[in-house]
Design a protein around this ligand. Structure first.
Ligand SMILES: NC(=O)c1ccc[n+]([C@@H]2O[C@H](COP(=O)([O-])OP(=O)(O)OC[C@H]3O[C@@H](n4cnc5c(N)ncnc54)[C@H](OP(=O)(O)O)[C@@H]3O)[C@@H](O)[C@H]2O)c1
Length: 333
């Protein structure tokens, strides 16, 4: 960051295939000026999310990101100056800051956050990742002690927290992740009962061995072939929490959906429900109280993957889609 200059990462082209560095450009603009009711923010940490890639396909639960605009993304920022009531320099907020050093935004689009240490927890365990894991698992998956919970993208930001909460609730937990190293980390460090390396092939068979009593709750972060492998192994009255479909985000979409829908859902009386974490924000305090207690007691380990430098944000997102990250990936601006 330098005086009077605002560095920005622009999305210059919407990818039709895989996302690459050629789709982004580092640019500079004048420092933004806050208008009435706005605050000038210095961005501290940018959240890297699989959904960043999904937004490039078109409107989802938010509007699409367009070419030749600052790449959208959530971030933790500090108020530099304010023309809004209730916001003062030094305040910490969460906002859709975009990938840039500074942004001026209306106060109504900012969420005030406590100044905690480390600040990064506001993006990981106490941020969207932790809240998504909490509400998706507990409110939609409704796990009971003794049941088997399976989670995909299990070594990622949401998945690693889902598995640990399921363990806290007394469930048998199976994670699905890419590579032996990640699988070993899940069982040796995070307390998962078993892990399946989907890159090793034969997911269906490996899952059968890891979850011999069938699956009661499947927390689905990926969709596609892994969802198809889980469906026939669901127990009657099982619950599938549809959190995301990362296998479909980067590159050409699959030409067919998972087989077994709706047949297996009918026969096994499954509940398959999608959710968007923003719908639960009114209940955030309940989740935060539990998450804070679990972190404090050491039952919930927080894994973060922090990349330094705004200029490295495109590479960091491309790497996340390729499975480079363990836990919550973010960029320190
Ligand atoms: N519903 C909501 O409100 C909500 C909120 C936040 C996030 N989400 C969703 O939660 C999921 C996780 O997102 P995140 O941002 O936290 O990312 P993340 O889990 O931290 O990282 C993504 C991981 O997905 C795995 N992956 C990539 N391509 C895959 C594929 N084709 N098949 C299987 N796994 C693949 C990679 O790990 P491997 O090495 O294991 O492949 C990668 O590390 C996404 O689907 C996202 O859209 C939903």
């Amino acid at each position: 960051m330098s005086d009077g200059i605002n560095r920005q990462i622009l999305l210059i082209d919407k990818p039709t295939g895989k996302l690459g560095p050629e789709h982004f450009k580092l640019s500079t603009a004048a420092m933004p000026e806050p208008g009435d009711g706005e605050a000038l923010l210095r961005v501290r940490y940018i959240s890297l999310d699989a959904a960043n890639r999904a937004w490039m396909h078109g409107a989802t639960y938010r509007s699409a990101v367009e070419a030749n605009t600052v790449m959208a993304g959530g971030g933790i920022a500090e108020v530099v100056s304010s023309k809004a009531d209730g916001l003062a320099p030094g305040d910490i907020v969460f906002a859709d800051t975009g990938w840039q050093d500074y942004v001026a935004l209306p106060a109504k689009h900012l969420t005030r956050m406590p100044r905690i240490e480390p600040l990064t927890y506001l993006l990981s365990v106490y941020g969207i990742a932790g809240l998504t894991a909490y509400f998706g698992l507990l409110d939609i998956g409704k796990p009971k002690a003794g049941e088997t919970v399976v989670v995909s993208a299990a070594a990622g930001s949401v998945g690693s927290i889902v598995g640990q909460i399921a363990r806290i609730k007394g469930c048998r937990v199976v994670g699905i992740a890419g590579g032996q190293d990640k699988c070993h980390w899940l069982t040796s460090e995070l307390g998962f009962d078993a892990a399946v390396d989907y890159k090793d092939g034969a997911v269906f068979k490996a899952l059968r061995a890891a979850a011999p009593n069938g699956i009661d709750v499947y927390f689905d972060n990926v969709g596609g072939d892994i969802l198809e492998a889980c469906l026939p192994q669901m127990n009657n009255y099982g619950r599938i929490a549809c959190c995301g479909a990362i296998s479909q985000y980067d590159g050409a979409p699959q030409t067919h959906g998972p087989r077994g829908v709706p047949g297996l859902i009918v026969v096994k009386r499954l509940v398959m429900q999608g959710f968007i974490v923003m719908d639960y924000m009114k209940e955030r305090d309940r989740a935060l109280a539990d998450l804070q207690a679990w972190v404090a007691s050491g039952q919930l380990k927080v894994q973060e993957d922090i990349i330094a430098g705004l200029e490295n944000t495109p590479k960091a997102l491309i790497g996340l889609l390729a499975g480079e990250n363990r836990g919550k990936r973010m960029v320190k601006v």
